[in-house]
Design a protein around this ligand. Sequence first.
Ligand SMILES: [Fe+2]
Ligand SMILES: [Fe+2]
Length: 251
Amino acid sequence: MQNISLFKGSNHRFLLLNESEPGVEDGIPSNQYLIIHNEQGFLLDPGGFGVMPRVLTEMLRYLQPEQIRGIVLSHQDPDIVGGLATWMEMTTADIYVSKIWKRFLPHYGLVGMERFIGVEDEGQSIVVENDFSLQLVPAHFLHSPGQINVYDPVAKILFSGDIGAAEVYDDIDQVYVDDFSAHIPYIEKFHKRYMASNRALRYWLEQIEMLEIDMIAPQHGPIYRGEAVKNFLAWLYDLRCGSDLLSLRQG
Ligand SMILES: [Fe+2]
Ligand SMILES: [Fe+2]
């Protein structure tokens, strides 16, 4: 599958870098995203060790490594951080990750921890230029205790990390979710097991309430757009998951 331009304006793009080829990733295939604003790039969840060379090849179609200004890690998992050592060698990018994960990351063999920016629990803005900032939005306990999302107000796309992730997909080339009910079987099991609780979901829904969202772009599986965005958020509002489903001997 080709790279997909999710948004294209005169000086702004939001791209899904498509490295997916059957067999390239053992486990759950992941999405890597590149935001370009006036020749400056931001990579969102650049992926594990195995996919790094192909993600780089795709990225080089648009930008040189020195144009990558920031890399955002939604959380600490290996399918996100596994390739980071090489990205850090190739670029001079700042690396954004929740402050609660920063001190664990040297265990991936990373050096240059001074390039890491520990994002506070309430989130922050990354001012890219006077007319453009990226918003890092708290999405804690979904599933990681320190997960952050990225909202791009020009593209009106919310990068949601593991929220909305589809574990296995029959059609690996399907780019968008248009029919949300048909999509539920691909996400239900994952969300019930990995997401911490309904309270965490509702907290997140409050965080994103005021954002104008045309698309929700998860780290795995197809991208929600149109009605599917609304339907997905409504489904999460009522979803019992994680610790909600633990039954105690005494009520
Ligand atoms: Fe994860
Ligand atoms: Fe993931």
